[in-house]
Design a binder for this molecule. Structure first.
Ligand SMILES: *Cc1c(COP(=O)(O)O)cnc(C)c1O
Length: 274
């Protein structure tokens, strides 16, 4: 017998959550984010629940190819774009849309001769300070990208640093100012943007966390009113019981101390289970 711990995946919950997301963002299209093997749920398991999505977004070319092999014909967005010349060939042959966040990636595109121009989402760094062109140089990057024969459509994206704990206005204002007059579809919002910042929904939203029924803040009650369903249920069994006296401690490092007599159940679940 295997150990009594089981993770059950519920594709119908993902389908339900996607329906809620679409209701919340009626004028936007939805890139469902399935990076990291669908946040650990398994791309192949989740895939049937994504039929109503407008696109799929992920990080690994390998995952993009898997999604195409499953039969997905709608857009796929590579959220970190390309890393080396062969990636441009794969983006070409699998018709991937690629995020472009730095000059090195623009150079890869400039050197490439794809059979069809590659659609890109040009990424602005509007305060996260991880990936993207700074607002001051964004127009220059946009002009250079737009002039490349290897580039098809040029969309505009960013990624908020603070969508889950309140204010995004400073980042949104900066984005809007730096992209003024630029054509191109816009994509700004992750899960937190979908839930809490309608002003940032724009053309395409990019929810990951809430697709799986989890809270972007890590606090379940923050999303309690939205009707999301959990995409995973974890069950296990109590495999041992201890009676602990006041002042005794439990576990490694003695970090928990009982302040009253306690009856403790030990659940089969730990490091070994990931
Ligand atoms: C992971 C990711 C998302 C989805 O973020 P969630 O907070 O899980 O919704 C959106 N955009 C980018 C660029 C990402 O890397």
């Amino acid at each position: 017998m295997p150990r009594p711990i089981t993770a059950r995946i519920h594709p119908e919950a993902v389908r339900h959550n996607l329906g809620l997301i679409k209701q919340m963002t009626p004028t936007s299209r939805v890139w469902t984010v399935v990076k990291a093997n669908a946040y650990g749920h398994g791309i192949e398991r989740i895939y049937p629940a994504l039929a109503q999505a407008d696109g799929i977004a992920l990080l690994d070319l390998d995952e993009a190819v898997r999604v195409r092999e499953l039969g997905w014909t709608k857009p796929i967005l590579l959220l970190e774009g390309i890393f080396e010349p062969v990636d441009v060939e794969l983006a070409d042959s699998h018709r991937l849309t690629v995020a472009i966040h730095c000059n090195e990636q623009l150079q890869l595109l400039a050197a490439a001769r794809p059979r069809q121009p590659i659609d890109i989402m040009l990424k602005m760094n509007s305060g996260m300070n991880r990936l993207g062109f700074r607002p001051q140089v964004f127009r220059d990057a946009w002009e250079r990208a737009s002039a490349l024969p290897s580039v098809g459509s040029v969309g505009l994206m960013n990624h908020f640093a603070t969508a889950d704990d309140g204010a995004i206005d400073w980042q949104l204002d900066e984005f809007d100012a730096a992209t003024q007059g630029m054509p191109g579809e816009q994509s700004l919002s992750n899960s937190a943007g979908v839930l809490w910042h309608p002003r940032a929904h724009r053309d395409w939203v990019r929810p990951g966390t809430i697709l799986y029924g989890a809270s972007p803040t890590g606090v379940a009650r923050d999303v309690a009113g939205f009707g999301l369903h959990a995409a995973m249920t974890l069950t296990s069994r109590i495999i041992g019981v201890q009676t602990v006296a006041p002042q005794e401690t439990i576990g490694y490092g003695r970090t928990f101390r009982a302040d009253q007599p306690m009856r403790i159940g030990v659940v089969a679940c730990g490091y070994a289970d990931g």
